[in-house]
Design a protein around this ligand. Structure first.
Ligand code: URP
Ligand code: ZN
Ligand code: ZN
Ligand code: ZN
Length: 464
C-alpha cells in the first residue's frame, strides 16, 4: 500500500474551505483531518501545501478528442488531450462517442473505446452523440445506460450531418424520461442558419466573422426554447450544452423559475472572448470559430451572473482543437468550411481561478462549477468532484499566486495556437494527482498513457 499525505493546505470543495491535511492510500482519499491529528500519520510521500489550495481534480464534462468534423479530425488525440488536461489540473474528462449515421450506438461507442483505451493520462467517460434516432437506437439507450453511458447529445444544428428533427428529439427525450438517461442539446436552429449561410456567401460575405452573424443569438434562443418545451412535453430534464447568448440564458432562467429541470453549461470562451476576436483581421478570426459562436462582449456579464445564480450550473470546455495551419485554413474564402471548435481543456481551471480573483465568482463556486456539479450532473459524484474519505484521490495542489502567461509556445495541447495568447493568469496547478499517482509535479510531467481508466457513470444525480 502507498500512502501520500498532503500537509498544511487550504482544502476547498463546493461546500467548504478548511485548513486540513489529506491522507491518500493507494487510489483513494482516506482522511481529511486537522493538521494536529495528522502529525501522527506516516506516509511514503509528503507534499507540503503551505500557501496552496488543495482542490478536487477538475471534471471537464465536454471534450472532443480526435473528433471527425468537416473533413478533418480534431488535433488532440486521447493521449495528447488528456495529458494537456492533466497539466491544467483536470483529472476527468467526459468525451463524446458518435453514432455513425445509418449505424448503431454500439458501433460508435466501440470505436471511441478503441481510440481511448490504453491512451489516456487521466480518467475518462463517454456521452453518446445520437446522430440517427431510430427504433433500434432508442432501444440501445437502455443497454448503454447499463454500461455507464448515461447521457445522450442531440443536435438541432448541422442538418444532413448530426441533426435531429423535433420528432426524433421528442422520442429521445421520452426515452430519457423513461430510462433516466439525460438528454444534452446542441441548441441552434440549424435549418434557419443554413439559409443565412447560403445568403451570406451569395453576397460575398465569406470571412470568419460572418460565422457569428449567421448563427444568430435568436436562433440559439429559439432552439433553446424549443428544446425546453419538447422536454416538458416528454416529462424529461434537459441539459443545454455550450450556451453563449443572453437570449438563450433567459429561456433557461424562465424554465427554472417555472420549476422545470432545465440545466445549462457555458464555456470559458464565451466568458472571455467575443465577436471582436471572430472579426480579427486577415483570417485570424478562424481561430475563434466554434458553435454556438462567440457573442458580442456584453453577453459576458449575463453569463457570469448566470453562473452566480446557478442558471448556468457547469463550465465545460467543449475542447475541440483544430490547427490554424491546414485545418482552420480549410475555410479560407468560405467561413462555413472552417472546422468548428476551440482548444481549451488545459486552461479551464486557471481561467476560472482568474474569475475568482476578478470577483465574478467565489472560490467554492469555482470548485462547484468546475468539479462537483459536472460530477453530480453526469453521475460521477462523490467518486469524482470532491475531497472526502472514499473519493478517488484526484487532487490538485493549486498555487493561487503563481504567475503565468497563456501561450501556444508553452501549452501542452496539440494545436498550433492559443485562443488566449498573451493572457496573464494568476494561479496554476502545481501538483496533480490522479487516483493516488502524482502525474504532474511542479512543472514536470510524470503521468503515462494508459493510467487513465474508463469510468462508468450512474444517471444524473441532480434529480436524486
Ligand atoms: O464548435 C464546436 N462546438 N465544435 C464541437 C462540436 C459541438 O457542437 O460541440
Ligand atoms: Zn455542440
Ligand atoms: Zn461539443
Ligand atoms: Zn497540429
Amino acid at each position: 500500500m502507498s500512502r501520500t499525505l498532503i500537509r498544511n493546505g487550504l482544502v476547498i470543495t463546493a461546500s467548504d474551505e478548511l485548513s486540513a491535511d489529506v491522507l491518500i492510500e493507494d487510489e483513494k482519499i482516506v482522511a481529511v483531518v486537522d493538521p494536529a491529528v495528522a502529525q501522527g500519520f506516516t506516509a511514503d510521500t509528503v507534499i507540503d501545501a503551505t500557501d496552496r489550495y488543495v482542490i478536487p481534480g477538475g471534471v471537464d464534462a465536454h471534450t472532443h478528442m480526435e473528433m471527425p468534423f468537416g473533413g478533418t479530425v480534431a488535433s488532440d488525440t486521447f493521449e495528447t488531450g488528456t495529458r494537456a488536461a492533466a497539466w491544467g489540473g483536470t483529472t476527468t474528462i467526459v468525451d463524446f462517442a458518435i453514432q455513425p449515421r445509418g449505424g448503431s450506438l454500439r458501433e460508435g461507442l466501440d470505436a471511441w473505446h478503441a481510440k481511448a483505451d490504453g491512451n489516456c493520462a487521466v480518467d475518462y467517460a463517454f456521452h453518446m452523440i445520437m446522430s440517427d434516432v431510430t427504433d433500434s437506437s432508442l432501444k440501445e439507450m437502455e443497454a448503454l445506460i447499463g454500461e455507464g453511458i448515461t447521457s445522450f447529445k442531440l443536435f438541432m444544428a448541422y442538418p444532413g450531418n448530426l441533426y435531429s428533427d423535433d420528432g426524433r428529439i421528442l422520442r429521445a427525450l421520452q426515452k430519457g424520461a423513461e430510462t433516466g438517461g439525460l438528454i444534452m442539446m446542441h441548441a441552434e436552429n440549424g435549418i434557419a442558419i443554413d439559409v443565412l449561410v447560403e445568403q451570406a456567401l451569395a453576397r460575398g460575405q465569406s470571412d470568419p466573422r460572418y460565422h457569428g452573424v449567421v448563427r444568430h443569438a435568436l436562433l440559439e434562443a429559439e432552439a433553446t426554447h424549443r428544446a425546453i418545451k419538447l422536454a416538458q412535453v416528454a416529462g424529461a430534464p434537459i441539459y443545454i450544452v455550450h450556451l453563449s447568448a443572453i437570449e438563450a440564458l433567459a429561456e433557461i432562467t424562465r424554465a427554472r423559475d417555472e420549476g422545470y429541470n432545465a440545466f445549462a453549461e457555458t464555456c470559458p470562451q464565451y466568458l472571455y472572448l467575443s465577436t471582436a476576436d471572430l472579426a480579427r483581421p486577415g483570417f485570424e478570426g478562424a481561430k475563434y470559430v466554434c458553435s454556438t459562436p462567440l457573442r458580442p462582449v456584453d453577453h459576458q456579464a449575463a453569463l457570469w451572473r448566470g453562473l452566480r445564480t446557478d442558471d448556468l450550473s457547469v463550465v465545460s470546455t467543449d475542447h475541440c482543437p483544430f490547427c490554424f495551419k491546414d485545418q482552420k485554413e480549410l475555410g479560407l474564402g468560405d467561413f462555413s468550411k472552417i472546422p468548428n471548435g476551440l482548444p481549451g481543456v488545459e486552461t479551464r481551471m486557471d481561467l476560472l481561478h482568474q474569475a475568482v480573483l476578478d470577483g465574478h465568482i467565489g472560490r467554492r463556486r469555482w470548485i462547484e462549477i468546475a468539479c462537483a456539479t459536472p460530477a453530480r450532473m453526469f453521475g460521477l459524484y462523490p467518486r469524482k468532484g470532491t475531497i472526502a474519505p472514499g473519493a478517488d484521490a484526484d487532487v490538485v495542489v493549486y498555487d493561487p499566486a503563481a504567475q503565468q502567461v497563456l501561450s501556444a509556445q508553452t501549452h501542452h495541447m496539440n494545436v498550433d495556437y492559443s485562443a488566449y495568447e498573451g493572457k496573464a493568469i494568476t494561479g496554476r496547478a502545481e501538483t496533480v494527482i490522479s487516483r493516488g499517482r502524482v502525474i504532474v509535479d511542479d512543472g514536470e510531467y510524470r503521468g503515462s498513457a494508459g493510467h487513465g481508466r474508463f469510468q462508468q457513470r450512474s444517471t444524473c444525480q441532480y434529480l436524486k
